[in-house]
Ligand binder design. Structure first.
Ligand SMILES: NC(=O)C1=CN([C@@H]2O[C@H](COP(=O)(O)OP(=O)(O)OC[C@H]3O[C@@H](n4cnc5c(N)ncnc54)[C@H](O)[C@@H]3O)[C@@H](O)[C@H]2O)C=CC1
Ligand SMILES: Nc1nc(O)c(N)c(N[C@@H]2O[C@H](COP(=O)(O)O)[C@@H](O)[C@H]2O)n1
Length: 269
């Protein structure tokens, strides 16, 4: 029996100012989804011990909070390396929940071959989650027929997104404007961006701060040590090349959940 989490109403209340309107009240006429950037980090700003190593950071209280957030968002977005590393369920396991978020996997370069045995499809078949929408490059071709069929059978699909080839890596990249436009087109009016490191660091680019409505970070009292997957966005400098802070949260509040503390704030005034 999959774990069933509970999240006390009084704890939910302290998060309320940082959450999108309740799902049934969300405004589909907005021009873009409500975006919550949320993740769990160590004291040395790591998401995991190493790329591909799923690492437990959250304690039971903050883990339940993350799953409560999943009851309040229409979608949950992760990068493909998170899927390849964690085989995540990307569902909500709050006891008695009637809502499941739509998993969104950013996979511009078709690195993931979905399999029936993947946990995200298993929970979907058990009625405890939804099948993923996989964001791929607009010109992607030769989609594996078996993958298309597996997604269709479970209610998921591939979604083509305008992309540009990175001059640095040669790989296809999406702009966050186009990622959010694709979600809006699916009437997904809110999304929690959960990671991993590359996804979070790309969204923390100052060019995208106006797209982020809320930031909710779980900080665990753990140092993971060097070599982890680190949240540290690309450096920003002034005209003279002097480094500047990339981002600072405002409207900050801190909430203890067991041994962890949850930091809430916003990147917009
Ligand atoms: N502690 C936490 O809250 C979380 C931890 N994790 C951990 O993070 C690690 C995975 O993080 P990363 O290796 O950084 O991978 P990632 O999950 O950020 O995925 C990176 C991949 O996503 C795609 N991608 C990212 N940004 C894109 C863009 N703008 N356009 C197109 N494609 C884009 C690219 O294919 C890139 O290789 C895993 O070890 C996982 O356990 C993942 C999520 C949350
Ligand atoms: N909030 C949080 N705390 C941790 O300690 C974590 N390791 C993560 N990881 C994220 O949650 C995904 C797992 O989701 P499921 O529980 O399998 O639905 C994992 O892939 C990361 O996105 N998050």
């Amino acid at each position: 029996m999959a774990e069933q989490l509970t999240f006390p109403a009084e704890s939910a209340a302290v998060l309320e100012p940082r959450l999108p309107p309740k799902l049934e009240l969300q405004d589909a006429t907005r021009s873009r989804p409500f975006v919550t950037l949320t993740f769990a980090t160590s004291l040395d700003s790591s998401l995991s011990l190493a790329p591909g190593v799923r690492t437990r950071l959250s304690g039971p209280g903050s883990k339940a909070m993350t799953h409560y957030l999943r009851t309040r968002h229409a979608a949950i977005l992760v990068g493909v390396s998170t899927v390849l590393a964690d085989d995540p369920a990307l569902n909500c396991r709050i006891a008695g929940t009637s809502h499941q978020p739509r998993p969104i996997v950013v996979d511009a370069n078709l690195r993931w071959t979905p399999r029936r045995s993947d946990k995200v499809f298993e929970v979907c078949r058990n009625g405890a989650g939804l099948a993923p929408f996989i964001l791929i490059g607009a010109d992607a071709s030769n989609l594996p027929a078996a993958s298309v069929e597996l997604l269709h059978e479970h209610g998921g699909k591939y979604i083509r997104v305008p992309s540009a080839r990175s001059e640095v890596t040669g790989r296809l990249r999406f702009s966050w404007d186009d990622i959010l436009a694709a979600l809006q087109a699916e009437n997904l009016t809110s999304v929690m961006v959960e990671g991993g490191g590359q996804i979070i660091n790309s969204l923390l680019d100052p060019a995208y701060h106006e797209l982020i409505d809320s930031v909710i970070v779980t900080i665990a009292p753990t140092w993971l040590g060097q070599g982890g997957v680190v949240v540290s966005p690309e450096r920003v400098t002034d005209a003279a090349g002097v480094p500047l802070p990339v981002a600072r949260l405002s409207h900050v509040s801190w909430h203890p959940f067991g041994d962890d503390v949850v930091l809430c704030g916003t990147l917009r005034e």
